[in-house]
Design a binder for this molecule. Structure first.
Ligand SMILES: Cc1ncc(COP(=O)(O)O)c(C=O)c1O
Length: 300
């Protein structure tokens, strides 16, 4: 894997090989850590972190949901995220803040456990590859919205994503798609989904999914271009009958879905609306559209 020189741990920049934690770390045992995933993009004016403020805000929201009190301000975390990218000389990559219950307490209830916070940044390019992917509906349903707080990025939630991913990857698909407990289309293991029918975009509403910032960015950009975007529940058959379908996510960016359960969606390759939105999104994140500069935090 890629390595970098520095990792930020509890407010200090440590060398890669010194960034270790103890086996008694509480969150390792019970899934009670929270994290974020952010992208760093190279622009004509140097690297930027995309939607940094929003991600840091969600990081604190997630922490609060599971009782983790982060001993830093959002401002300091944001400033140190920028320093971390700069110190590691990352031009294009991925940033991962994580907060967790640390060493010194076993037993499920973490009351009184120590809290640790860390951030790493890595060079990183494509997540799902650039082409249209093959998606399979998993037999696992997306975690019920009342199981925990689905708007929080809690590591334990991702057991659901891991099991779905293992199932569909073993069956030859590139990525999984979850239905919710009502049989509606929900989301991918780490992505939101859109379909296009007769030039209109549809995406599931935010009740049973983690409604991501890429989803929000695409809704905003689509409406600004003049597309109609409707947030409503739909079923797998609506995907089979759609003209185009795509995933959105910080890692996945805009990834066209060519096949669902081996049924071809549209042409089976990237469709014209997805292509337009993908190109526009890449212009936004790469600083080529001044209208959305507010989403960019410059590193230099
Ligand atoms: C379950 C889940 N859904 C959707 C997303 C997409 O969110 P975002 O666009 O904020 O990265 C993610 C990634 O964070 C996720 O983990």
């Amino acid at each position: 894997m890629n390595t970098t020189k520095y990792i930020w741990m509890d407010g200090k920049f440590k060398k890669w090989n010194d960034s270790k934690i103890h086996i008694f770390t509480h969150s390792l045992h019970y899934g009670g850590a929270v994290f974020e995933g952010l992208r760093v993009y190279n622009t004509p004016d140097g690297p930027v972190i995309f939607r940094l403020k929003d991600h840091i805000k969600r990081f604190f929201y997630s922490a609060n949901a599971i009782g983790i009190k982060i001993p830093f301000s959002q401002k300091q975390m944001s400033e140190d995220a920028v320093k971390l990218v700069k110190r590691n000389k990352i031009k294009s990559g991925y940033l991962r803040p994580i907060a967790y219950y640390g060493y010194g307490k076993m037993g499920l209830c973490p009351l009184g456990a120590k809290v640790n916070v860390s951030m790493f940044a890595l060079g990183f390019a494509s997540y799902l590859g650039g082409d249209a992917i093959k998606v399979g509906i998993t037999k696992f349903i997306r975690i019920h919205p009342n199981t925990t707080d689905i708007n929080a990025k809690i590591t334990g939630h991702y057991a659901n994503s891991i099991m779905a991913s293992l199932e569909v990857h073993k069956a030859g698909y590139d990525e999984a798609l979850f239905l919710d407990y009502k049989g509606n289309v929900a989301e991918g293991p780490g992505e939101n989904i859109f379909i296009v029918k007769n030039g209109v975009l549809y995406t599931p509403p935010s009740d049973n999914i983690l409604a991501g910032f890429t989803r929000d960015s695409i809704i905003t950009v689509s409406k600004d271009i003049g597309y109609k975007v409707i947030e409503k529940h739909f079923k797998p058959k609506d995907i089979y009958n759609s003209d185009e379908a795509f995933f959105t996510g910080t890692a996945a960016e805009i990834t066209p879905i060519g096949y669902l359960d081996n049924k071809k969606i549209g042409s089976g390759t990237i469709g014209p609306v997805t292509k337009k939105l993908k190109d526009d999104y890449m212009d936004v994140v790469r600083g080529r559209n001044s209208k959305y500069r507010k989403w960019l935090t410059y590193v230099n």
